[in-house]
Design a binder for this molecule. Structure first.
Ligand code: AKB
Length: 337
């Protein structure tokens, strides 16, 4: 008998750490992981088995298929927006071909044990593309079907994989004699910028917020790579993890969409700076916009409408911006250093 488990890919990343802790604390599922790097000690002890390797390695997925019954997949492995612009073809291979392999794996799992595999996919606000600042200001809180014109390889990857997941869920092999669809229960969240108290991100274009806080806590000067007026949606990492778990557990019948916006607050970079200065009065923060990275963030919405997530599956972020910074992020990041 194969053990029933939850699979997390990219488990060693920012979201992965928080997700392993949350699922291990709740204890209602065994966890297996895939990551290029070994899990840090504290996390390795919380999982049933960790596979070190790439999601592109077919033999790895075949081995997992033979050893475990996977009931849920949190597919976190990805190359983020800034890094993807330096290696777009590699980003496509990881972000798209990797996701296709995981969807095919989920389909095979569903066919083998007869139940739909719940597939959680972290999409991104990078799936949006607003043409200029005037349009961005006028658009306000965009809805899922609006402005789906991404300008980055990462954003294109995320938008396409949203459709790929919906294909596997609803139209897979639609001309085959036997109806094989319905084995993948695909559920996606378009994440805003995420701020973790534990890890500093790498390779993202929303990283200016966490980088600013962590640099201040280390007593290091920080040159912010976007303008002070730059505004995009953000969320504290623990609320992002809570969103994934809530959506994973939601009754399928209540879900009117396969892709959901979520957010908690949408400060300007200058407002973030003021909160960081209040927490670290000696912080040295300057603004030195990188015009190319600035153009990416300017194409992302100032805010998103997450009413569908709140009504369909109970999105309820714990932290607004004041509590998020003053009660959670700044105290924990201060303690970390
Ligand atoms: C990035 O900056 O690329 C990510 C994202 C907004 O999806 N953090």
């Amino acid at each position: 008998m194969r053990k029933h488990v939850t699979l997390i890919t990219g488990a060693g990343g920012e979201i992965g750490h928080g997700l392993i802790e949350r699922l291990a604390d709740e204890g209602d599922t065994a966890i297996i992981t895939i990551d290029l790097n070994p899990l840090e000690g504290a996390f390795a002890g919380k999982v049933e088995h960790e596979y070190q390797g790439s999601i592109l390695e077919t033999h790895l997925l075949e081995r997992i298929l033979s050893e475990y019954e996977v009931e849920r997949i949190y597919h976190l492995a990805a190359i983020l927006s800034t890094r993807a612009e330096f290696t777009p073809v590699t980003a496509h291979q990881v972000n798209v071909e990797g996701t296709l392999k995981l969807l095919d794996f989920a389909q095979a799992q569903g066919e083998s044990h007869g139940r739909a595999v719940v597939f959680l996919y972290p999409s991104s606000i990078a799936a949006y593309g607003l043409p200029n600042l005037e349009t961005k200001a006028a658009a306000g809180a965009v809805r899922e079907h609006e402005w789906n014109n991404p300008t980055t390889m990462y954003g294109c990857n995320k938008l396409y994989c949203e459709h790929l997941g919906r294909y596997f869920a609803c139209h897979y092999k639609q001309l085959a004699a036997e109806n094989l669809s319905g084995k993948v229960d695909f559920r996606a969240i378009r994440f805003p910028g995420l701020i973790s108290a534990v890890t500093v991100p790498s390779g993202g274009t929303s990283d200016f917020a966490p980088e600013m806080i962590h640099a201040a806590a280390r007593g290091e000067p920080y040159a912010c790579f976007v303008r002070p007026d730059t505004r995009i949606p953000f969320m504290v990492m623990s609320d992002a993890v809570d969103g994934l778990v809530r959506l994973a557990r939601a009754d399928r019948a209540r879900l009117g969409k396969t892709v959901y916006n979520i957010t908690a607050f949408n400060p300007s970079a200058d407002e973030i700076c003021s909160l960081v200065m209040a927490g670290f009065p000696g912080a040295e923060i300057s603004f030195e916009p990188d015009l190319k990275r600035q153009a990416i963030v300017d194409s992302w919405p100032a805010d998103v409408d997450d009413s569908a997530a709140r009504s369909d599956w109970g999105l309820d972020p714990r932290f607004d911006i004041e509590a998020g910074f003053k009660e959670f992020l700044i105290p924990r990041i201060r303690d970390r250093y």
